[in-house]
Design a protein around this ligand. Structure first.
Ligand SMILES: [Zn+2]
Length: 336
């Protein structure tokens, strides 16, 4: 009980805010057609042209059990990273409960569906290339998942799956989708997990996992050997993670949802050693704020995109030009 109170005290105390965040929201992005709503935005990724792919639920709500019929409308949207225009939509009639989205170095799109208990590789324009797991059948062996959350792909085409809401492991597969190895058991020790919810690799092959319910990021070598854990009030409860070309790690804190109530949500940037160098955004529905930030992606041009659960949107952030910091200006995030 005392530990719980201490934990609550840590998380409810004022989050150390960077008074002058280095990122500002782009207010007119995206520029979707009038009346177009994506629904809950679960996953976000960036292709080689810095366009943005979003995996969204198109009106479907989380339920227990999940419905058995797929979402009728499109669930994957391709949005121009610069103009915010909707370029393409696909993924209609396929998915039960969209979750993770990852774009690999060949612009293939990897999706996880926690309702179908499967992991998918699609071409950029929506052709199904590979399916892992058995539809609707949970499991913890080499051919099954239990609410798989996310994927990260190496340059050789092999990949890791974070699995998931009910399993507590990371599984490595070869490029053909054959099981190689896995690590992780349930717990809070080094290399253990409690809801591995997002996964990314850096340029050196280190694997960064959002260990969501343990409120930490864990870093592993390519074979799953534990390297470090990064945690604290600035990091919060990481839901999604992305690594830029300089090895900086971007994570989205989705909040604690104590007693089911939505609370704190913010983005955090760490250097390759795990030191927090920026936080930006706060809980709320205003520009630059988040309600249940669920995934984050950093583009080659340095733009950062955050997908929101309850907020049902994707927002774009850009780094302020250094001469612009003092003035604030119309585009600075304003809490409200
Ligand atoms: Zn989730």
């Amino acid at each position: 009980m005392i530990r719980l109170l201490l934990l609550m005290a840590v998380f409810s105390s004022a989050v150390p805010a960077f008074a002058d965040p280095e990122y500002e929201v782009v207010r007119d992005w995206p520029a979707l057609p009038e009346g177009k709503s994506l629904g809950l935005c679960a996953g976000v990724g960036i292709d080689s042209h810095d366009n943005v792919l979003v995996f969204h639920r198109n009106g479907r709500a989380w339920s227990n059990p999940f419905p058995t019929e797929p979402i009728a409308g499109p669930t994957v949207s391709l949005i121009d990273g610069r103009t915010g225009k909707l370029l393409a939509s696909w993924g209609a009639g396929e998915f039960i409960m969209p979750h993770g989205l990852t774009v690999d170095h060949e612009d293939n799109v990897w999706l996880t569906d926690v309702g179908r208990q499967q992991v998918f590789k699609y071409s950029h324009d929506g052709r199904l290339l590979l399916t892992l797991g058995e539809r609707g059948k949970p499991g913890a062996d080499k051919e099954h998942f239990n609410y798989p959350t996310d994927v990260t792909v190496l340059s050789d085409g092999s990949f890791y799956v974070s699995d998931g809401y009910r399993n507590t492991r990371v599984v490595k597969f070869n490029p053909a989708g054959q099981y190689e190895f896995e690590w992780g058991t349930k717990g809070s020790g080094p290399g253990q997990f409690n809801l591995p919810h997002g996964i990314a690799i850096d340029g050196g092959g280190r694997v960064v996992v959002c260990d969501r319910s343990n409120a930490r990021l864990q870093v592993f070598d390519p074979r799953g050997g534990f390297i470090a854990e990064w945690k604290g009030p600035e990091i919060g409860r990481p839901y999604g993670v992305s690594v830029d070309a300089h090895g900086h790690v971007f994570a989205i804190d989705g909040g604690d949802q104590l007693k089911g109530k939505l609370d704190r949500s913010k983005a955090v940037e760490l250097d390759a050693a795990g030191a927090v160098v920026n936080t930006f955004g706060s809980f709320g529905a205003g520009p630059g704020q988040f309600q249940l930030g669920h995934d984050i992606a950093v583009a080659h041009d340095g733009s950062v995109y955050v997908a929101e659960g309850k907020g049902q949107r994707v927002q774009k952030f850009i780094r302020r030009s250094s001469g612009d910091r003092e003035g604030g200006g119309a585009a600075s995030p304003s809490p409200r």
